[in-house]
Ligand binder design. Structure first.
Ligand SMILES: Nc1ncnc2c1ncn2[C@@H]1O[C@H](COP(=O)(O)OP(=O)(O)O)[C@@H](O)[C@H]1O
Ligand SMILES: [Mg+2]
Length: 277
């Protein structure tokens, strides 16, 4: 059974003229690392809100079809039940960091859920380790850089050990180098077998990290497949999505490079070297 399933799902925010999502069919399996991308306003955040249950529990509107988590309709879950299964990371980590030390912050969700001290210790250590923030355990949140804050926020969500991690443009406030560091940390989650759904524009940093790329047009799914399948599609630009540098380079050099899309600039360079050297 899919972990998440959209079945002919449409949603219109109350007061809006148009449906933000129209007839979405999408399945996400356990252990998949899925990138969702598309032009601004096409419905990416709405899609994520529909999984975490903010839609329909917090946002009113016309709800047609069904979204299922572990086979059960989202609208039948209590909000807190979803929060225990699904970790949700916002664009701005300020929304998720509030305490006196990094360690207390990461433990906050677990304390709220009533876990014992030993278990909290174990989970907090593991989550901080995964996100590479162990060295910051005793620092105050206001002393952290934006990139560190975002990694701490993600560690706090991971400590709850959700079945699914959802990230909505987590690098949008980060400079490119810091964003790269965050994505390196997310790579480890993939190795751990975590299911991750991430909305991002920075395809350059993600093309060799994700298993699957979903491209949205306005309210619909325009493409869905492996990065090798989706990233070279000519339709991408028309949907407001710029292909990563490695794919653009490959397009120009295809005659020399032969089949197989490189998914990183390093891979592109290696392939070129192979041809030239
Ligand atoms: N709370 C809301 N009320 C009404 N309309 C909204 C609300 N949030 C988003 N929308 C509209 O829904 C559409 C999709 O928005 P959103 O999911 O935020 O897109 P994206 O995340 O891809 O930028 C847009 O037209 C947006 O204006
Ligand atoms: Mg959004």
């Amino acid at each position: 059974m899919a972990l998440v399933e959209f079945r002919d799902f449409s949603f219109r925010y109350s007061g809006a003229r148009e449906f933000a999502l129209k007839g979405i069919n999408l399945e996400i399996g356990r252990g998949e690392f899925v990138l969702i991308t598309g032009a601004s306003g096409c419905g990416k955040s709405t899609l994520l809100r529909s999984v975490i249950g903010l839609i329909p529990h917090m946002y009113d509107g016309d709800y047609v079809g069904e979204v299922l988590v572990s086979g059960r309709p989202v609208r039948e879950f209590e909000v807190h039940e979803l929060a225990e299964r699904i970790g949700y990371v916002f664009q701005n980590p300020e929304n998720q960091i509030f305490m006196f030390s990094v360690e207390r912050d990461v433990a906050f969700g677990l304390e709220n859920l009533g876990f014992g001290r030993e278990e909290i210790r174990r989970r907090v250590d593991r989550a901080m380790d995964l996100m590479g923030v162990k060295g910051l355990a005793n620092r105050a949140p206001f002393e952290l850089s934006e990139g560190e804050k975002q990694r701490v926020a993600i560690a706090g969500v991971l400590a709850v050990e959700p079945d699914l991690l959802i990230l909505d443009e987590p690098t949008s406030l980060l400079d490119p180098l810091t964003a790269k560091g965050l994505i390196e940390a997310l790579k480890r989650l993939r190795e751990e077998g975590m299911t991750v759904v991430m909305v991002e524009h920075r395809l350059d940093l993600l093309s060799d990290v994700v298993d699957r790329v979903v491209v949205m047009g306005k309210g619909f799914i325009a493409a869905d497949g492996s990065p090798e399948e989706v990233l070279p599609m000519d339709r991408l630009e028309g949907l407001g999505v710029g292909p990563p540098v490695c794919v653009r380079g490959y397009r120009r050099l295809r005659d020399y490079l032969g089949d197989g899309v490189p998914l990183s600039v390093v891979e592109l360079a290696e392939r070129l070297n192979g041809v030239l050297g």
